[in-house]
Design a protein around this ligand. Structure first.
Ligand SMILES: Cc1ncc(COP(=O)(O)O)c(C=O)c1O
Length: 396
């Protein structure tokens, strides 16, 4: 085997201007262990994926056991595969009556695609509404609705009939009309640097969708599974969408997404023509087994109940830095004065053994989304690294 760094640069497609290029040999709990012996704290959970930490023994065990029984058998929706059935039942037990029918996909973007198609089929309408600074994935359909012109401009023509509203602005809701098939909404917007909408606004959004017959879609790819201190972020607003999108932590570290709706709405994909959404690997049995095990870990280790207390502790520990923070549970954004300062702090944190990141649409803000399994002692260590890094960047 040649030099892996060279092969990575030569033969792995590069899209990042500055890949981190850490060579990780092993990951466990909140830690990533590099080949050169360095230990890093994963301060971003692989971007909101590893909520139960890396290589949790129950998740690893579920993966191994399912892989030894069977892996891929047949394309989606034909065979009764126990891991899929069990995971769907476990998710539905946590969800309201309007969300009891699960379509498992490979990814968040595929969940977005499926939901866009479902909304068009169910309503017979074509317009899709989404929000400025929203992110729903990088495939052509998902890209068409995201709220960043910079990311979209070189890929036009994209889907027609897309309208962007300002996130959290009540007056804009009048643009949701009887032409609108669906409104895609992150109940807490992630890539803008953690933006929390007002509860009354989210309720007004629900009312406007009900009034006009537009389907309300909540994209909880980043916010579900305890990240914000509740199983699902929608609980903070006491609002139920017509379609729920899940991904990231859904697979417990394996690739999995889902769009979830009522049986009645989902039926639209089953006729004229049938097979309204097709996927070979969506709902892969090993991924569903891993996801179910991760969900059980969240529940048995009481991780969701502690997410808010842990978040509040870290928030307090970071207060001496005097940097504005947006936070929902264990989902943090630290807002620096400019992009350079943010990048310097991120580099300094990494040098001191803590992996953080910026946000797609908020490059001056630092992302912190630790595994929910993090201990209080580990949170103290994380805060020390961040405070020291900020101090060192301020004096340089
Ligand atoms: C809110 C949201 N929706 C959808 C996606 C797309 O998920 P995936 O990368 O699995 O396609 C992401 C990914 O970051 C996301 O944050």
């Amino acid at each position: 085997m040649g030099n892996e760094r060279q092969i990575f640069l030569q033969h792995i497609a590069q899209t990042s201007p500055a890949p981190l290029m850490l060579e990780i040999e092993r990951a466990e709990g909140i830690y990533l262990y590099a080949k050169d012996g360095t230990r890093y704290i994963d301060g971003i959970s692989g971007i909101a994926v590893s909520n139960v930490g890396h290589s949790h023994p129950r998740v690893v065990d579920a993966v191994c056991r399912q892989a030894s029984r069977y892996m891929h058998l047949m394309v989606y929706g034909e065979f009764i595969e126990t891991p899929q059935v069990q995971y769907a039942a476990a998710l539905c037990a946590l969800l309201p009556p309007q969300l009891q029918n699960v379509y498992f996909t490979n990814s968040g973007a595929e969940a977005t695609e499926g939901a866009m198609k479902l909304a068009k089929r169910h309503t017979g309408r074509t317009e899709i509404i989404a929000f400025k600074n929203s992110y729903h994935g990088s495939t052509q359909g998902a890209l068409s609705i995201i709220g960043s012109e910079r990311f979209k401009q070189n890929y036009r023509p994209l889907l027609p009939g897309i309208r962007q509203l300002r996130y959290g602005v009540l007056d804009d809701l009048v643009h949701i009309t009887q032409n609108t098939a669906a409104v895609f909404f992150e109940p807490i917007q992630a890539e803008s640097g953690i933006t929390m909408p007002d509860k009354h606004y989210v309720q007004a959004l629900r009312e406007r969708c009900t009034l006009t017959g537009a389907l309300l879609v909540f994209d909880e790819a980043q916010t579900a599974f305890g990240r914000t201190g509740a199983m699902f972020a929608m609980e903070h607003f006491e609002v139920t969408p017509d379609i729920l999108l899940l991904a990231k932590a859904l697979g417990g570290g394996m690739p999995l997404g889902a769009f979830i709706s009522s049986k009645e709405i989902m039926q639209s994909l089953a006729h004229r023509p049938a097979l309204g959404h097709i996927t070979t690997f969506g709902g892969h049995p090993v991924c569903c087994a891993a996801g179910l095990a991760a969900l059980e870990v969240l529940q048995t280790e009481n991780l969701i109940a502690h997410a808010e207390t842990k978040g509040a502790l870290l928030h307090n520990l970071l207060a001496p830095a005097n940097i504005p923070i947006s936070r929902a549970g264990m989902m943090f954004a630290m807002h620096f004065q400019n992009e350079n300062m943010c990048r310097s702090v991120i580099s300094e944190c990494l040098r001191r053994g803590l992996l953080t990141d910026w946000f797609l649409f908020a490059p001056a803000s630092m992302r912190i989304a630790l595994p929910l399994t993090v201990t209080h002692a580990q949170l103290n260590a994380v805060a020390d690294i961040i405070l020291q890094s900020i101090r060192s960047c301020q004096t340089n």
